[in-house]
Design a protein around this ligand. Sequence first.
Ligand SMILES: Cc1cc2nc3c(=O)[nH]c(=O)nc-3n(C[C@H](O)[C@H](O)[C@H](O)COP(=O)(O)O)c2cc1C
Ligand code: SF4
Length: 488
Amino acid sequence: MQGQLSGQRIKVLPRRDFMHQAGAFRLVRPQGLSAHDQIHPHACLRSFIQKMDHGHVFKRIHFQDEMPRMALPRVLAGASADGAPASLAEHRERYGDLALRPRRGPVLELIEVAEAAGLRGRGGAGFPTGRKLRAVAGRRGRPIVLANGTEGEPVSGKDSVLLRCVPHLVLDGVAVAAAAVGAREAIVAAGGPEIAVLETAIAERQRHSIDGISIRLVKVPDGFVTGEETALVHWLNGGPAKPTFTPPRPFERGVDRAPTLVQNVETLAHLGLIARFGPDWFRALGTVEEPGSALVTLGGAVRRPGVYEIPLGLPLLDLLDWAGGASGPISAFLVGGYFGAWVGAGDLGSVALLDSGLRPLGAALGARAIFALPADTCGVVETARVARYLADESAGQCGPCLHGLDAVATALEQIARAEADRRSQDGRLERWLGLIEGRGACRHPDGAARFVKSALRVFAAEFELHARGSCSGDGPPLLPVGPRRVSL
Ligand SMILES: Cc1cc2nc3c(=O)[nH]c(=O)nc-3n(C[C@H](O)[C@H](O)[C@H](O)COP(=O)(O)O)c2cc1C
Ligand code: SF4
């Protein structure tokens, strides 16, 4: 079968179609990393992998086709049941080598493949990856690739799981991105136990000289805003890990003043697979606008919390089933992490895990962390705790963010303690939230405002209760508000 892509002849190897295995997924826990029952059987996958045609050159892109078209897991397919990191030998046995030959300049075919796949960033903002690759490749000067594995979101564990289980898939993505934009240097930014795994993985690759680029590993400081791209770049350039005003954006002038491609590590893992299996394969899951699979961290009142790989568009109800169902009555879901929004449990039936599906509810997939709030935990108290955390995590350099978030958090804390009536605030909360939005160097205040606004909507009855000096919750505080690393 021959395909045509922007003038380049693409040879597409014959495909095998597999039945859609809707329940097939891998569940791993960020801590403990134990295997669970509904793991997709890999037997068929393994036998095809042995037949893979190794060593493809991207001048003429030959997509491998041994990965089942519809089945999950994809990015977690190489994760072992005990959660031990896949070694380079295991990774090569599964996928073969990418055999990227560094060229003098960008490899436009790779950018076209990313564009055709419709891959969007998995770090929160959902920016089209192909467009970013093209923007970086189009700048003057030798670009740098920056893999963002910071995961400052306390309620998320997906990037940590990915880096710990399949580090080489992320590093493949780094190599593909570097080839695409013409970079010779890449930086992987991460923290916690991922560092040791990445050190080993990078050393393995260097011993086998498989990348043709230099990859530097950096351990990032803790903090919610550290992973914001300009904060990361600022820190790598010797400044504090605080966002900077834009322009210039990193793609214009980033690390060492070079055009810098900042990409979330999960985005890169998908890129590593798309380069092998092609855009059609990627698009076999998800929707036209939001194709592919994504990692989701599911926590709170579910029987099997953990990191799940889902097809985009999966109903939240199905994800709940995958996780063994609710472990008790649930009042609401926090969707998208701390920059996300509360969604009432009553809306559960209508929620599909897509940005377009969540938009009518004022939510977005964002950091792809979902937390089920038990009915006996007060949503007002939890919102006040997270608002205080977000206020304290402000980088403190933009007035509306520094003072506005603090004022909002203080008001919420008073309401949570039933010391102040939300009505007696004379709409001040809403007014402050309106003043905060869009007024920072980064999106931190916007995300925090969205989160609080959704609470005012979803927990309206509970706010009324607090106004009368009462609270329906008697459970312990739940949402993590310390440094990153969610405990699931
Ligand atoms: C306050 C704040 C914190 C962020 N933290 C992270 C993070 O921990 N990891 C991440 O990949 N992106 C984070 N982002 C998004 C990055 O700025 C950037 O958009 C992303 O790394 C780009 O990668 P992607 O296009 O592959 O998603 C954060 C953004 C903001 C505003
Ligand atoms: S908006 Fe807030 S977090 Fe972002 S740079 Fe300004 S002070 Fe820092």
